[in-house]
Design a protein around this ligand. Structure first.
Ligand SMILES: [Zn+2]
Ligand SMILES: [Zn+2]
Ligand SMILES: [Zn+2]
Length: 291
């Protein structure tokens, strides 16, 4: 099973859009793996974790076809994780016969498999507001089904089971709860935990019920700030040790970091080898893992 990072940056991206600090300047100059777009990951052949604004551009860049997407797990509604704009372009007017006549107007003229979107209350409401209330489409015309998911309530989506976890990221508010996900698929177990600060006690209690083939944690602030709502490298090192002590990593598993901001997280080329020595794989855009 192939897991591919389509983006690995925090909100402002890497280099930061409007920043000229040393890291941002070096990343611009050296390019390659040092350039990151907003965090997003693809599990082949049909699962996407978050849909930031560059998801389609990154997919094309790395040879991933998102037209076959069937499942989208949304962590939360922050703009660097959930871009509403692409969903409206799924609409297909049921009165148009296919192939379309030359005077047809629309954004899609081929059938699509249903896209199942899992998200919190706010994600579901934003989709409803855009597609149903504002555009007057139906989910059927957009080939979509929207699934409200809640922390600690396991659910089945196709051949996959997901356990949403409560992330430590936003004010405790049932509508906006940021989610992290444990994904169970083809006998593999994946933890995708961004955005979050240090694990809430009830969340770690749920995490430690399983053993993982792949863990993806966020590393937002690198060697900078301690934050209640994001990780940094000190927390990452603590987490690696904790997962090891609690025996949560399977043999040949990977402990990866994504969602990194520039300014205080050194450029990939400088820091990836040092992190690897500590058992942390620094992901880069396009990196894929066979799990
Ligand atoms: Zn984020
Ligand atoms: Zn966020
Ligand atoms: Zn910077």
């Amino acid at each position: 099973m192939k897991f591919q990072f389509l983006g690995t940056a925090a909100g402002e991206q890497y280099p930061g859009m409007w920043c000229r600090c040393d890291n941002c300047t070096r990343a611009r100059k050296i390019g390659g793996r040092n350039i990151r777009k907003n965090s997003c990951a693809f599990i082949s052949p049909n699962i996407l974790l978050d849909m930031p604004p560059e998801a389609f551009m990154q997919a094309e860049r790395f040879g991933v076809d998102l037209t076959g997407l069937e499942y989208l797990l949304v962590t939360h509604s922050h703009d660097d994780h959930f871009n509403l704009f692409p969903f409206g372009w799924r609409y297909l007017d049921s009165r148009i016969s296919l192939p379309p006549p030359a005077n047809a107007i629309g954004a899609r003229f081929t059938p699509l498999k249903t896209l199942h979107v899992a998200g919190n209350h706010l994600v579901c409401r934003l989709l409803d507001d855009l597609l149903i209330k504002k555009a007057k489409f139906s989910y059927e015309e957009c080939a979509m089904e929207v699934h409200l998911v809640e922390p600690f309530k396991k659910c089945v989506l196709g051949g996959m089971e997901i356990l949403p976890l409560r992330a430590n990221h936003l004010e405790n508010n049932a509508e906006k709860d940021a989610l992290n996900y444990v994904v169970f698929l083809n006998g593999r177990t994946i933890l995708y935990a961004l955005d979050t600060g240090w694990f809430l006690p009830e969340t770690y209690e749920a995490i430690k019920q399983f053993r993982y083939d792949l863990v993806v944690l966020e590393g937002t602030f690198g060697y900078g700030a301690e934050s209640e709502t994001h990780f940094n490298c000190r927390k990452l090192e603590k987490a690696v040790q904790l997962f090891k002590d609690d025996g949560l990593m399977k043999e040949n598993s990977n402990f990866c970091v994504s969602h990194v901001c520039p300014h205080f997280f050194p450029i990939h080329d400088d820091i990836a080898p040092a992190l690897a020595q500590k058992g942390i794989v620094l992901a880069c855009d396009g990196m894929s893992l066979e799990i």
